[in-house]
Design a protein around this ligand. Structure first.
Ligand code: RM4
Ligand code: MN
Ligand code: MN
Length: 396
């Protein structure tokens, strides 16, 4: 195998892009209408971790797996950590679940009742402990709280409760653990969400301190939002903690990354490439946690995950090809179309040969999606069978 440095630019840079996959993307999932069972889909946490490890073996780019508590809960976390390590990966972000309990009808950390708020906070604190036991440095918080009707609750009081809860949580973080704060503009609540947008998340993180940063889920914005500009501003402010990559057409669709709008993915990765090459923003850009948050309702699980990884690498490879010097010149001289064409030049480059060479140099299959489909899919289906799912209401 070639050493990373000898790969040269842009492959050495591409080699440094590590993408975390989510345990929940490997099991059966669906919409609120139905969950279609998939042959060979993972049935328990160990199979989910094994699938994440397989994705890493086929792509060389996914050395960690995010877990959801309690979906992935076990009695012995140290044993789960060892299991992951034996498979060749580590456990990444720990995601608390504040949305699947009857008492969360009116919210969790922002609930009007103090007892419910306390229990929600205790669950988050438990996740901080779990992070330490599994060797993770990220607790990733998505808050489903909100209201459905004007007047249902007092918006300022809810914000106050949110800040108070997060301050307690923040105080419990060990020095090497970051709290990533995810936002979402609607769903499950429809009138107000307590963390609706990047601005609110950034404000809260600023109040908390440097270990709190914003998590951008690409599916959590209103139609037409300029996500790359959010990314640019957060990078400039040292507040971009990580991503949940997926793609959407209308709502929080959690589709394969880059499947609907590959140009948007390129523009986002372009901001990251630019920030990594700028000494002022490089340290923050190096620490971004690139995670996929995707679920597969009508397609296979593992190959869809690999396709997302490949699409992110493709977008990043193109972003690395942007001629930054020419772009800066065009921008300085006010050459609007010239500047735009510099981006198009990179975007329209066929990077498939480059990526094939990259994978060959690393002794990886040149087409990892195909490698799974022809070499592993049938084996997993034979081993695991096709298992139906009772609960069709899991997707959020
Ligand atoms: C949310 C959000 C979270 C994910 C849940 C299941 O919409 O994206 O990150 O964990 O769904
Ligand atoms: Mn998410
Ligand atoms: Mn989501």
């Amino acid at each position: 195998m070639t050493s990373d440095e000898s790969l040269g630019f842009p492959l050495a840079e591409l080699r440094r892009l590590e993408i975390e996959t989510p345990s929940w993307g490997y099991g059966n999932s669906g919409t609120r209408f139905h969950v279609f069972p998939w042959p060979g889909a993972a049935r328990d946490v160990k199979e989910r971790i094994a699938d994440a490890a397989l994705v890493h073996r086929l792509t060389g780019a996914c050395p960690s797996v995010a877990i959801h508590v309690p979906w992935d809960s076990v009695d012995d976390w140290a044993e789960l950590r060892r299991f992951a390590e034996e498979q060749g990966i580590r456990i990444g972000a720990v995601n608390p679940n504040l949305f699947q309990d009857d008492e969360y009808r009116l919210g969790s950390l922002c609930h009007p009742d103090e007892d419910v708020r306390r229990r929600a906070l205790e669950h988050c604190l438990e996740c901080v402990e779990i992070a330490q036991r599994v060797g993770s440095t990220i607790v990733s918080l998505w808050l489903p709280d909100g209201t459905n009707y004007p007047g249902q609750d007092d918006l300022r009081s809810r914000f106050r409760r949110l800040v108070a809860a997060l301050e307690t949580l923040y105080a419990a973080l060990p020095d090497d653990v970051r709290l990533l704060v995810e936002y979402k503009f609607f769903e499950p609540a429809f009138y107000s969400m307590d963390l609706p947008d990047w601005g609110t998340a950034a404000l809260v993180c600023r109040k908390l301190g440097p270990q709190a940063q914003v998590l951008v889920d690409t599916g959590h914005h209103p139609q037409g939002t300029n996500i790359e500009q959010i990314v640019a501003v957060l990078l400039e402010e040292g507040l971009l903690g990580g991503f949940h990559f997926n793609n959407r057409k209308y709502a929080d669709d959690d589709l394969i990354v880059g499947s609907i709008d590959p140009f948007e993915l390129f523009r986002i990765m372009g901001e990251i490439a630019a920030a990594r090459s700028d000494p002022a923003t490089a340290p923050g850009a190096e620490a971004i946690a690139f995670m996929i948050d995707q679920s597969h309702n009508v397609e296979g699980k593992v190959d869809a995950m690999i396709q997302s990884v490949v699409n992110i690498q493709t977008a990043y490879a193109k972003a690395l090809l942007v001629d930054r010097g020419r772009l800066a010149d065009a921008q300085r001289t006010g050459d609007v179309l010239g500047a735009h064409r510099v981006l198009l030049d990179a975007y329209e480059t066929d990077v498939r040969p480059l990526l094939a060479r990259f994978r060959a140099e690393l002794d990886l299959p040149t087409d990892p999606v195909e490698a799974f489909r022809s070499g592993h899919a049938d084996r997993l289906a034979a081993e695991r069978g096709t298992v139906g799912v009772e609960n069709a209401y899991r997707h959020a």
